[in-house]
Design a protein around this ligand. Structure first.
Ligand code: PEP
Ligand code: MG
Length: 875
């Protein structure tokens, strides 16, 4: 079996085998770009390595040595040669890009002998010894697992001793001293001398790259991005080119379009006289790419041409790493560039206009999940605010939170429910858990392509980078800007779109859809075959939903109308009523309030259907908790034993005890409430019809769809249907207005799904309540399961995903499918929809489309996402 491919033997479509990076290096070599030559050890070799108990099998070793010989021939250099040594980089490269997640080793092949040769060849001993010490440091860290800290400390001591401010001031002789010190560190930690044999170095490095596939941060990243663990990583061995050979050398990274806004201009940064990791690690703040045009006009021209060629070739925005060695340009890497949602949309739409891709491809280029960030809030600029400092706008969105300076602390506070902003000089892959836990990231060093920026954009989190105005003191847990000190725990607001940092909390404004976004969604609407509605229970949400393109309300939860603080006392009166008359009186008071809400919602939907669900939750949700009441009553018994207040509270407590249930979610709720207290549903139905009649008067079209929740037996629906029909007839008699309406039910109990043929007899439509259906199918409490065991289930892969977020297609989905089939055997044209949380989740939407639902309904902010996902489902 072939485990090792020289670059010219591979191709761009061999990603599974060569990894993303390896396949691209092969492809770039194939189309004639200036790529430093090398070879790739396959992902299959990685798996073979693990199967062999973490050792490199002999055949792979053999093939690697052969490839090395070819490489040596091609370069005219030999690994370890004392006259003309070959130096290589060893990098990981998995099928999916995992930026900064895996380890890299540069300058491999350096030892006491070759360093002298490099010094002589380049006539630059300073460069040679600097490279050697970098190699020792990196190799020791990645392969020998010695903390970088020891090396950094020694370097800092040397600088201080010699009175230098920065590394470039160290001479070759200084570096030699540092190297001697470094070797001692290695000896102390490993009890062995630093390996001098370059082939030994090479195989140790390959081992380390394979091992890095299973290091902590790689595992976390994969889990976060749903990348399977079995894929393995390839290893790329490539001859080194040097960006740190003097002022005619340099290194940088660039995107072919702006990854933050999508603007079609080259976007990136570079450092003169530096090696690649200096840019990515964000240790020195680099120059914008545009100034390269002045510093190296020929290189710049060649580079821009190459960028154009690569974008046309891949038909995608590219993220390119390059190095200039003594005036000669080398392309080290290209990959599809990560981008914000805003940029993804603009690039997709503009690439259609430029004729590079078609509309369908454009629709597939935007990840629906990513749209969330666009629907994020921004800082309200009409409000006066004082800007504390400004950094690079690395990832858009605005966030407010407490300042923390450490990833562990960020994670801890977030677990306690705090909103935090992680402030660091720079972030490294080790901080990933802190980034995940934070609302936003702020760094004082590094550019737009630094680790923090790349990771934050990928996660859709606000991020500001390279804000040098803030001076961070990690030990004191504070940062200062001029005279102002911001301490751990202080609240700040940052705007990742402008780079502005503001003390305290600032008012924000809700997002709107950009022109490009509207166009993309219009294309999506042409393509999709499933309707998108929204869940909304008040006129504002209904308006927002309409703006975002919802064509109807799929679920109006009327209980939310009961929870308004002014209404709760009336609702309580209704619940506490001792008899029918008292209850009726309270309901009479509620009726006009509900009616007003319905009028607002119907009006906002401008003639589109509105599904109103009658009261669903257990009544105790409208009363104070039992424990609270018990304490109050006890207090009053001691302090004011004769008071009216005590009597009232005692009565309330009695009622709360009466309503108390062991399993309220399986108790007196949903249509069971309507059966026990038909007057409640009657009042709600009347409010709907009065609202419709009032709007009809104003010539506003309405399409009410009245929905009965939690039906498990057809007789429940039959009885409730009659209540609604009677209410309609009464209102019609009273107002003289005939209102067209339909009556349907939620399918959210397994019994309803499996008897859907019977239920359909009484229903004009079904709406699958996949929240309750998931709860009742799994038998997991939707309120408790996540915290108690569900997270552990997902982490331990007992379940592939949280079934309350992404529909469990095999189980719960089967019930939905059964409901669809049975329902339509009774009524072939039965209208079918879904209104659980899954209506706004892309994989679930695809499923609902496939089984033939007419619509999905989700929260207003997810409507654009659902429109796009619905289109993608059809492509
Ligand atoms: C459901 O159960 O899926 C549903 C939409 O209703 P609720 O979430 O209000 O129970
Ligand atoms: Mg429900």
């Amino acid at each position: 079996k072939k485990f090792v491919y020289l670059f010219h033997e591979g191709q761009g479509n061999m990603k599974d085998l060569l990894g993303g990076k390896g396949a691209n290096l092969a492809e770039m070599t194939r189309i004639g770009l200036p790529v430093p030559y090398g070879f790739t050890i396959t992902t299959e070799a990685c798996n073979a390595y693990y199967e062999a108990g973490k050792t490199i099998p002999a055949s792979i070793e053999q093939q690697t040595l052969e490839a090395l010989s070819r490489l040596e021939e091609k370069m005219g250099k030999k690994l370890g040669d004392s006259d003309n040594p070959l130096l290589v980089s060893v990098r990981s490269g998995s099928v999916f890009s995992m930026p900064g997640m895996m380890d890299t080793i540069l300058n491999l092949g350096m030892n006491d002998e070759t360093v002298a040769a490099v010094a002589k060849l380049t006539d630059n001993p300073r460069f040679a010894y600097d490279s050697y010490r970098r190699f020792i440091q990196m190799f020791s860290n990645v392969v020998l697992e010695i903390d970088t800290y020891y090396f950094e400390q020694l370097l800092e001591e040397t600088r201080e001793q010699k009175g230098y401010l920065s590394d470039p001031e160290l001479t070759a002789e200084d570096w030699k001293e540092v190297i001697a010190g470094y070797k001692e560190i290695v000896k102390k930690h490993t009890k062995k001398a630093f390996p001098q044999d370059p082939k030994e170095q090479l195989f140790l490095a390959i081992n380390a790259v394979f091992n890095s596939w299973n290091n902590q941060r790689a595992i976390v990243y994969r889990r976060l991005n749903k990348i399977p663990d079995h894929l393995g990583t390839a290893v790329n061995v490539q001859s080194m080119v040097f960006g740190n050979m003097g002022d005619d050398s340099g290194t940088g990274v660039a995107f072919t379009r702006n990854p933050s806004t999508g603007e079609p201009t080259l976007y990136g940064e570079y450092l003169i006289n530096a090696q690649g990791e200096d840019v990515v690690a964000g240790i020195r703040t680099p120059q914008p790419i545009a100034t390269l045009q002045e510093e190296m006009p020929d290189v710049y021209k060649q580079f821009t041409d190459t960028c154009h060629q690569l974008e046309q070739h891949y038909q995608e925005m590219q993220d390119i790493e390059f190095t200039v060695e003594r005036g000669k340009l080398f392309i080290l890497q290209t990959r599809n560039g990560k981008r914000t949602a805003q940029a993804a949309i603009r690039i997709a739409v503009e690439m259609v206009e430029e004729g590079i891709i078609d509309k369908k491809t454009a629709l597939l280029r935007v990840d629906p999940d990513q749209l969330n960030q666009l629907l994020h809030r921004r800082i309200d600029n009409s409000v006066e605010k004082e800007i504390l400092a400004k950094g690079l706008p690395a990832s858009p969105g605005a966030a407010t939170g407490q300042v923390v300076f450490d990833a562990d602390e960020a994670e801890q506070l977030a677990k306690e429910g705090q909103k935090v902003i992680l402030v660091r000089p720079e972030t490294t892959p080790d901080d990933i858990h802190g980034v995940v836990a934070s609302q936003a990231i702020l760094t004082s060093r590094g550019g737009m392509t630094s680790h923090a920026a790349v990771v934050a954009r990928g996660m859709g989190k606000a991020c500001i980078c390279g804000c040098e105005a803030i001076k961070i003191d990690l030990r004191a847990k504070q940062f200062t800007v001029g005279r102002i000190t911001v301490n751990f725990g202080d609240t700040i607001t940052i705007d990742g779109s402008t780079g502005e940092i503001i003390l305290g909390e600032v008012p924000m404004i809700e997002p709107e859809l950009s022109d490009e976004f509207q166009r993309l969604l219009a294309w999506a609407d042409e393509e999709r075959k499933i309707v998108v509605r929204a869940n909304a229970d008040n006129p504002e949400d209904a308006k927002k939903a309409f703006e975002f393109g919802a064509v109807g309300i799929g679920l109006c939860r009327t209980e939310h109308m009961f929870m308004d603080s002014k209404r709760v006392p009336i609702v309580q009166k209704m619940i506490l009523a001792e008899n029918f008359g008292e209850r009726k009186a309270a309901l009479e008071q509620l009726l006009p309030m509900q009616q007003e809400d319905f009028e607002g919602i119907f009006e906002a939907m401008q003639g589109y259907p509105v599904t109103v669900r009658l009261l669903d939750p257990p009544l105790h949700e409208f009363l104070p908790p039992k424990e609270e009441l018990l304490i109050e009553v006890t207090k009053l018994q001691i302090l004011e034993p004769q008071s009216e207040e005590l009597k009232k509270k005692e009565q309330l407590l009695k009622k709360v005890r009466q309503l108390d249930e062991y399993n309220p979610m399986l108790g007196l709720r949903g249509c069971r409430l309507g059966i026990m207290y038909p007057e409640i549903y009657e009042m709600q139905a009347k409010a709907i019809f009065y609202a419709a009649a009032t709007l009809a008067e104003r010539n506003i079209e309405v399409q009410p769809e009245i929905m009965i929740p939690l039906v498990g037996h057809v007789n429940e629906l039959k009885e409730m249907r009659q209540v609604v029909v009677d209410a309609a007839n009464n209102v019609q008699k009273e107002t003289g207005k005939k209102i067209a309406f339909t009556i349907g039910t939620m399918i959210e109990i397994p019994r309803a799904a499996v008897t859907a043929d019977q239920i359909a007899e009484e229903a004009d439509f079904f709406s699958f309540g996949t929240n309750d259906l998931t709860q009742t199918t799994f038998g997991y409490s939707r309120d408790d399961a996540e915290g108690k065991f569900l997270q552990a289930y997902v982490e331990n892969k007992i379940l592939p995903e949280n079934p309350f977020s992404a529909l469990d297609q095999t189980g719960v989905g089967k019930l939905v499918e059964t409901g669809v089939k049975l329902g339509r055997t009774t009524k072939p044209k039965l209208k079918l929809g879904i209104c659980g949380e899954h209506g706004g989740e892309k994989s679930s939407i695809e499923f609902f489309y496939k089984i033939g639902l007419d619509y999905v309904s989700c929260s207003p902010y997810r409507v654009p996402l659902a429109r796009l996902a619905a289109a993608q489902a059809t492509i």
